[in-house]
Design a binder for this molecule. Sequence first.
Ligand SMILES: Cc1cc2nc3c(=O)[nH]c(=O)nc-3n(C[C@H](O)[C@H](O)[C@H](O)COP(=O)(O)OP(=O)(O)OC[C@H]3O[C@@H](n4cnc5c(N)ncnc54)[C@H](O)[C@@H]3O)c2cc1C
Length: 400
Amino acid sequence: MASITDKNMKLPDFSDTATAFAHMDNQELKKTAWLFRMMNKPWLVKYGSSLGLVAVEWNLPFAEKIIRHTIFEQFVGGSTLLESQKSIDRLSNLNTLTILDYGAEAKETEQDFNHTMTENIRAIDFASQGEHKVPVISTKVTGLARFALLEKMQSAATLSKEEQNEYRNALKRLDTICFHAAQKGVAVFIDAEESWIQDSLDHLVWLMMKRYNKEKVVVFNTYQLYRKDRLQFLMESADRARESGFMLGAKLVRGAYMEKERKRSEEMGYPNPINPDKQTTDDHYNTALRFCADHLDEMAVCNASHNAQSNLLLAEIMEQKGIPRDHPNTMFSQLYGMSDNLTFNLAKGGYRVAKYVPYGQVHDVIPYLIRRAQENSSVTGDAGRELSLILTELERRNLG
Ligand SMILES: Cc1cc2nc3c(=O)[nH]c(=O)nc-3n(C[C@H](O)[C@H](O)[C@H](O)COP(=O)(O)OP(=O)(O)OC[C@H]3O[C@@H](n4cnc5c(N)ncnc54)[C@H](O)[C@@H]3O)c2cc1C
């Protein structure tokens, strides 16, 4: 497909569903509408999630087949790196980059952690051969180290000899990934997770940034702006990075564990670390965007969000400050299969935009798929954000 870049357009128009869904023919669009209608039913998502988990655990081939041809196809690039190539090429034809994310989660053994590291390294090799279609891979520290170990480290309890060994192994795995990425010219995004392990993650990522971000940003930490303290932490991190002589990598997100955070803080009787309301989170997020745009000479930012206003805001700031739309220290990102109205309109405007593309075997990515289904299920009965956009496009094509 020909490039669709149109740099004459002033700012991206996220209501342009023609551009958002240009990559789908009528049949694909109808199938996607059907899928989002299904996910819009909370009862179906609730029972479907449990059934899906059980069926895949019992190795029922029909269950895997159904999942593969519906929700997996929508949100996952493929079972393997090679299988994901088609999605990567399709995105590249739409001026959109790919962030590869090995989707296996909730692992517990040293063998699993070594396997994740090997997969990450394979993804880096794969990315480095791909004509810059994949500039970044993403990883999660809980894919490389035991959750309980990270939690214990954060609680300042003394680690046993065995645990110290485990910690050293985790550090070695992360370092091997980042070293390899630096050698191959690929960046690494490290996800943010629950607040009760995040200090441990921050410490590990800090060590990596210090080691590998001397000339350019290879390693990115993730800042969850739904937390009361993260805006300040981001600003302090930028100061500390400057003083220590390296560049900060900042992937900004609002945060995905709000309910879990609230529940744990109530159960354990400490103040909820999350902002009191959505508006405060939005304000913190947008202030963080402005801060990063003001410091692009010493940091790189990824605006990882499905919020149209936050995406437009960064585009506006870049316009006002005369920052080139393809500035290498900027990136916008959305999850594969979601918010195509943002991604492909940003791509059309010539911004650096990437889809987060998870890949993995069906049984390994089930937890990720359940989260996507839950996100798109409407408790109020209103059409969700994605479904509304698809319905608008169906109507525009006279298919509604
Ligand atoms: C590319 C990409 C990478 C991501 N990586 C991570 C990651 O590493 N770690 C992670 O935790 N999440 C990650 N996320 C998920 C992200 O944190 C959000 O959950 C999700 O993107 C929804 O937020 P939004 O910015 O798209 O906007 P919106 O849909 O406008 O915002 C919804 C978010 O606002 C916040 N919020 C909602 N209600 C309230 C309230 N009452 N009070 C306070 N805050 C509220 C919550 O964070 C909620 O998720 C990622 C998302 C993307 C697109």
